[in-house]
Ligand binder design. Structure first.
Ligand code: FA5
Length: 334
C-alpha cells in the first residue's frame, strides 16, 4: 500500500543518502538503490496500479515529483563531488613555480647557451648596431640560389669544391649562406645591409677544421658607393668586437665567381693560418640576378666561417667538438 507519508519519507531519506555520499562510487550505489531498475522509487512507480483508482492520480504525481527532485539532487551532488575531486587532484599536483629548479629536482643541473649560439647572437648584436638587418633563409635550397644566381653555372669547376646532399626533387642542402645574397637582393631593395647566419652542409672529408655540417654568416652591403675600404672596416670591426683585441690576420687574393675582386681573410690560430672570412665586392652579374642595376649600385659581401670563428675565439682545437653533444665539452661554457 503506497501512501503519501511513505512517499514523503522516501523523499527525505533519499535526499539524506545523496548528501551523505562521499564519492562518485557511493553516489552511484544510492542512485541504483533508489532509481535503478529495481530501485525503491521505481518499484513504487510500478506498483501504482495497486493504488485505488481515486487516489492513483495524486499518488502518481507525488512519486514523479520525488523522482524529479532526487534526480536533480543526484546531478548536483555529482557536480559537487567532481569539483572536489579536481580540487584534490590539483592540490596533489601543485608546484611552486617560483622555487629554484634545484629545490624540486636535486640532480638538476642547468644547461647553458651553446658557444655557437652565443657567438652568433653577439655577431647579430654587433651588426644590428652597425645598421645591418638579420635575415634567415632555407637550409634546403634551390640550385638556382645556391649556385646559378651566384654566377656559378652547372659546368663551372667551382661547383666541385662544394659537393653536397641533393634531394630527389633537385633541391640541395645549401653549401653556403651566400645563397641568401640574391634572395635578399630580390626582397629588399638597395640600399641594404644584411647578415644571414645559418647552417651549411658539404660532402666533406672531416678533420679538425672541416665538418659536414657547419655554420657560416653571410654579410652583404649594397649602396651607391661601396669600396674595399668599407669591406675591410666592417670585417676589422667584427673581429675586434668578437675577440676584444685585434687578432693576427692576413688578407690575400681569393677567387669566388660571385665577387670581383675577391679576398681570403685568414686568422692566425694555434700556430697556423686558418681560412676564416672570404669576401669581396659583389659581382655585377649577381646584382643583375637580384634585379639591381650594377651601374647604379655596388656592394660587398663576406662569408664568415662561424664555426671556425667560435673555434679561434674559445681555443677549441677540433671543430667536431661543436656538434659532438659531449656534456664534458659543453659544460665548459656554462
Ligand atoms: C664560401 O662558402 C663563400 N660563400 C664565401 C664568400 C661569401 C666569399 C661572400 C665571397 C663573398 P668557402 O668555401 O671558403 O667560401 O667557405 C667560407 C668559410 O666557411 C671558410 O673560410 C671556412 O671558415 C668555413 N668553412 C668552409 N667549409 C667548412 C667546413 N667543411 N667546415 C667548417 N667550416 C667551413
Amino acid at each position: 500500500m503506497i501512501d503519501l507519508d511513505a512517499i514523503s519519507a522516501l523523499k527525505s531519506e533519499g535526499a539524506a543518502l545523496i548528501q551523505s555520499a562521499g564519492d562518485a562510487a557511493a553516489l552511484d550505489q544510492h542512485r541504483i538503490a533508489l532509481l535503478g531498475k529495481k530501485g525503491r522509487l521505481t518499484l513504487l512507480l510500478k506498483d501504482l496500479k495497486s493504488v485505488a483508482p481515486d487516489r492513483r492520480r495524486e499518488t502518481g504525481a507525488a512519486l514523479n515529483e520525488v523522482k524529479e527532485h532526487l534526480e536533480q539532487l543526484f546531478a548536483a551532488r555529482q557536480r559537487e563531488l567532481a569539483r572536489k575531486d579536481a580540487a584534490l587532484r590539483l592540490a596533489g599536483e601543485w608546484i611552486d613555480v617560483t622555487l629554484p629548479a634545484s629545490a624540486l629536482c636535486p640532480s638538476f643541473s642547468p644547461g647553458s647557451i651553446h658557444p655557437l649560439s652565443r657567438v652568433q647572437r653577439e655577431l647579430e648584436r654587433i651588426f644590428t648596431g652597425l645598421g645591418f638587418q638579420v635575415v634567415d633563409g632555407p637550409e634546403v635550397e634551390s640550385e638556382y640560389y645556391n649556385f646559378e644566381a651566384l654566377n656559378v653555372p652547372a659546368t663551372h669547376p667551382a661547383r666541385d669544391m662544394q659537393d653536397t646532399i641533393w634531394t630527389t626533387g633537385g633541391a640541395l642542402l645549401r653549401t653556403q649562406t651566400s645563397a641568401m645574397q640574391v634572395r635578399a637582393l630580390e626582397q629588399l631593395k638597395p640600399p641594404l645591409r644584411i647578415v644571414a647566419p645559418g647552417r651549411c652542409f658539404r660532402y666533406e672529408r672531416i678533420d679538425a677544421t672541416h665538418e659536414h655540417t657547419f655554420y657560416q654568416m653571410e654579410g652583404m652591403m649594397v649602396d651607391r658607393v661601396v669600396t674595399v675600404g668599407h669591406l675591410i672596416y666592417f670585417m676589422k670591426t667584427l673581429l675586434r668586437e668578437i675577440f676584444g683585441f685585434r687578432p693576427t690576420i692576413r688578407l690575400r687574393p681569393g677567387y669566388f665567381p660571385f665577387v670581383e675582386p675577391g679576398f681570403e681573410l685568414d686568422i692566425w690560430f694555434q700556430g697556423r693560418w686558418l681560412e676564416l672570412l672570404p669576401c669581396g665586392l659583389v659581382h655585377p652579374r649577381v646584382l643583375e640576378y637580384g634585379g639591381i642595376d650594377p651601374k647604379e649600385w655596388q656592394g660587398f659581401a663576406f662569408g664568415l666561417g662561424l664555426s671556425r670563428l667560435v673555434m679561434s675565439r674559445y681555443q677549441i682545437d677540433d671543430i667536431r667538438h661543436l656538434q659532438g653533444c659531449d656534456l664534458r665539452f659543453l659544460k665548459q661554457f656554462s
